[in-house]
Design a binder for this molecule. Structure first.
Ligand code: TMP
Length: 235
């Protein structure tokens, strides 16, 4: 039996060895802070493969991430990081919670892309927080926030360009960062259609978790379409 360190909504984290953890994805979809929840067979394996593809792409572009290896069918081996309790969202188009705030602007392009921060705090439903508040109230270092911002924008650019060549629009994405034992900042957590919005360039069809959040179609069918587009094969 492996040593379970943490169980989240979408994955379980186990100790794997000195400085390493295993992130094992779950066949479960949740939305609205866990209010909506369902078993989705096949989601774990698909998300592990998306993560491997995206983290390898970012590593190739010299962005430091926690990714070490993909352990099929449903696990990543990653560096153990001390996580920064922040969700960094980059938006290229108005969608999701932003389109709730500005319904008349739904789907409009955002140029340049917009960076938003949300505190990771389930009890308070991950509240949106301004950069100034992060500094003045939550004692974040301003220089470090700039580093997170520029890191997140680079991820957005690299991922957005990659999927665009496959006929897919990256609408927005959510990133989480952590520190390695030497103090450097690495990209952690996951990058998958659970944490990004991907739309078909031609049809505008959602190929991401909005299918589950907003009843826009079968989740696995959308994830498989995305996998095929990105060259991962259909299952
Ligand atoms: P939002 O439009 O609902 O604020 O979401 C922005 C992006 O962040 C979208 O790609 C989905 C992702 N996201 C998560 O990964 N986890 C979350 O808990 C939420 C609310 C959004």
């Amino acid at each position: 039996m492996q040593d379970l360190l943490y169980e989240g909504k979408a994955k379980k984290i186990y100790r794997e060895g000195e400085g390493l953890v295993r992130q094992r994805f779950k066949d479960i979809a949740t939305a609205f802070n866990g209010e909506k929840k369902a078993t989705v067979v096949g989601k774990a394996a698909l998300n592990a493969r998306f993560c491997a593809l995206f983290f390898e792409l970012l590593e190739k572009e010299a962005l430091p991430t926690h990714f070490v290896s993909f352990d099929p069918p449903d696990s990543l081996i990653t560096l153990e990081l001390k996580m920064i309790p922040l969700e960094v969202v980059v938006r290229n188009r108005v969608a999701g919670s932003l389109s709730k705030r500005f319904p008349a602007e739904d789907k409009k392009s955002l140029e340049p892309p917009v960076v938003e921060y949300f505190l990771k705090n389930d009890a308070q439903n991950d509240p949106k927080v301004e950069e100034d508040l992060l500094v003045s109230l939550f004692h974040y270092d301003k220089k470090e926030l700039l580093e997170l911002r520029s890191f997140a924008l680079k991820v957005n650019e690299i991922l957005g360009f990659f999927v665009q060549t496959k006929g897919v629009d990256l609408i927005d994405l959510k990133l989480e960062f952590g520190r390695s034992p030497d103090g450097s900042i690495l990209l952690g957590d996951e990058i998958s259609p659970d944490t990004c919005r991907f739309w078909d360039v031609e049809t505008g069809e959602s190929l991401d978790k909005d299918r589950f959040r907003f009843e826009k179609g079968d989740l696995i069918e959308g994830y498989q379409k995305l996998a095929t587009r990105l060259g991962l094969g259909g299952s």
